[in-house]
Write a protein that binds this ligand. Structure first.
Ligand SMILES: Nc1ncnc2c1ncn2[C@@H]1O[C@H](COP(=O)(O)OP(=O)(O)O)[C@@H](O)[C@H]1O
Ligand SMILES: [Mg+2]
Length: 292
């Protein structure tokens, strides 16, 4: 096989998704946008709902999701928490690009195949840059969740816009990659990738800026074929439990934990709103009353 170039989807048989559990890929090509944070909260929420969850960390350099799951494992037995089934992928050792891509494809397909047999959902966290692992992940997605920060800097990861008019000039390299993975997926098994964009770390941005960003994003969603779901605000609770391998869903309001603050309750409501909007198969989401 020839090495696969940038933006090209992997070979169809490598990317093909057979019927089975629902595969959620969290990806974009920007570090720090919130992929790992979204992945771990999604995993915790699905586990909380009684689902069996498989996890793959395709960011084999930073390994943030793997570290989070390792931290979480330390609590099993001490707390009533459930674990995802994780398969850790090793960096390829081959001498040539073709050899390395072949190794990556084999280990990814093998890991996904195993997780599929035992889980209802598989959550795949991607690195913040293009890699062959990331492309394999994208091409296997039933749903692709792209977190972005609420700024025009992050808008660049989806499209180039005219700085004056905010008209869309062209899709970004990342949007083209998603397009090619969608095409490969359709050819491989007739399946489609539901592309979802969520804004992360929303805060007290100037109302006029927000309006401009919102209308540009709505326009872009039609052009690129994604839908928007409500995301997370900027809150310490989304990061404070990472070292313990926990999320705000694992906190209990008793003497063993720090207790639920207003911010925890509001964050749970945000997470529930995002889950409801994702419309995941077989998942009923109870709305959370923010004022409770
Ligand atoms: N909604 C949020 N509120 C507060 N901090 C956040 C939020 N989302 C992400 N972060 C923090 O931002 C940093 C980058 O997030 P991360 O999920 O690691 O991004 P990525 O995986 O896309 O590189 C981390 O320190 C994380 O704890
Ligand atoms: Mg990450």
């Amino acid at each position: 096989m020839d090495a696969i170039g940038q933006n090209e989807a992997p070979e169809q048989n490598e990317a093909a998704s057979e019927a089975g559990p629902f595969v959620i890929v969290v990806g974009n090509e920007k570090g720090g946008a919130g992929k790992t944070t979204v992945s771990m909260h999604l995993i915790a929420a699905l586990l909380n709902a009684g689902k069996r969850v498989g996890a793959i960390d395709l960011d084999i350099r930073q390994r943030s999701l793997s570290n989070y799951i390792d931290h979480r494992r330390l609590w099993v037995g001490q707390r009533d928490i459930s674990m995802p089934e994780q398969i850790v992928l090793e960096p390829p050792r081959g001498q040539t690009i073709v050899e390395r891509q072949r190794e990556e494809a084999d280990s990814f397909v093998n890991a996904l195949g195993q997780l599929r047999t035992r889980n209802d959902f598989v959550v795949i966290d991607c690195p913040g840059a293009d890699s062959y692992f990331a492309r394999l992940g994208h091409a296997a997605a039933d749903m692709l969740i792209t977190p972005m920060n609420e700024s025009f800097v992050d808008f660049d990861l989806l499209a180039k816009v005219d700085p004056e008019t905010l008209n869309i000039v062209s899709p970004s390299i990342y949007a083209e990659k998603v397009w090619s993975c969608r095409k490969a997926r359709a050819q491989a098994d007739g399946g489609s990738i539901d592309w979802v964009v969520m804004r992360n770390r929303t805060s007290h941005i100037h109302a006029k800026n927000r309006q401009r960003l919102e209308s540009a994003l709505t326009e872009l969603s039609k052009r690129l074929g994604f839908r928007e779901v409500p995301g997370f605000s900027e809150r310490v609770v989304y990061r404070e439990m990472y070292p313990a391998g926990l999320t705000l869903l694992d906190l209990t309001d008793d003497e063993t934990g720090p207790g639920l603050t207003m911010s925890h309750v509001a964050a749970r409501a945000e997470l529930a709103a995002m889950l409801a909007a994702l419309q995941l198969p077989g998942l009923h989401v109870e709305p959370v009353d923010k004022s409770a």
